[in-house]
Design a protein around this ligand. Structure first.
Ligand code: PRP
Ligand code: URA
Length: 209
């Protein structure tokens, strides 16, 4: 199974508070932002940089520039939106696309309802969605992007289930997955165990109590 699990004490501590059923939406969103930025550190680790001179108050030295305008961040609606601001905060010049998908509650198959992407087909795509459960939504989003001609795709999530990782590895072996945690299994309703529940509901406060 191919997946980068970003093992870091800060991520582990924040994930623990995020998973807690007692954590309400305001804190959940704050933790999601912080974990997104810590994950992005790994997701972007090997992106190419150009050197350029920079003059400090004391001397001219070597500086570095990342071509952020060639990066496109793509949240899968709706829970992926919970990651977007944190990512754009670190890379304000990046472009953003949007893919709307939801899982049919009975079949667990993804239903597409929206797609709007920037033009640059050579951009580095960072597909973001907190949950990789059956993998159906992630795999469908990647297929949609590839059909439209986007090639360089990385997938960033919070929690991955082995079932979802297996599906993405099989259907899209060229896509690297980055996650804050690899959990145990899916339950009969397709929820990740131990997981954190329904990510969209917890981000947007639509949990039925
Ligand atoms: C959640 C989540 C993923 C999907 C993962 O979205 O944000 O997109 O489920 O499940 P999968 O790997 O089995 O496809 P959901 O369908 O609940 O939609 P929402 O974000 O609009 O709540
Ligand atoms: N979608 C979620 O939001 N949570 C899960 O555990 C599985 C799919």
């Amino acid at each position: 199974m191919h997946i980068h699990v970003v093992n870091h004490p800060l991520i582990k501590e924040k994930m623990t508070r995020l998973r807690d059923a007692k954590t309400e939406s305001p804190l959940f969103r704050q933790l999601l932002d912080q974990i997104a930025q810590l994950l992005l550190f790994e997701v972007t680790r090997d992106l190419p940089v150009k050197t350029l001179p920079v003059t400090t108050p004391l001397a001219t030295t070597t500086g570095y520039a990342l071509d952020v305008s060639s990066i496109t961040v793509v949240p899968i609606l709706r829970a992926g939106l919970g990651f977007l601001d944190a990512v754009l905060d670190l890379m304000p010049e990046a472009n953003a696309g949007h893919i709307g998908l939801y899982r049919d509650e009975k079949t667990l198959k993804p239903i597409e309802y929206y797609c709007k992407m920037p033009q640059d087909k050579n951009a580095q795509i960072i597909l973001i969605d907190p949950m990789l459960a059956t993998g159906g939504s992630g795999a469908a989003a990647i297929s949609l992007l590839q059909e439209k001609g986007y090639k360089n795709i990385r997938f960033m999530c919070l929690v991955a289930a082995p079932e979802g990782v297996k599906l993405i590895n099989e259907e899209h072996p060229d896509v690297d997955i980055y996650a804050a945690a690899l959990d145990d299994h899916l339950n009969e309703d397709g929820y990740i165990v131990p997981g954190l529940g329904d990510a969209g509901d917890r981000v947007f406060g639509t949990v039925v109590k």
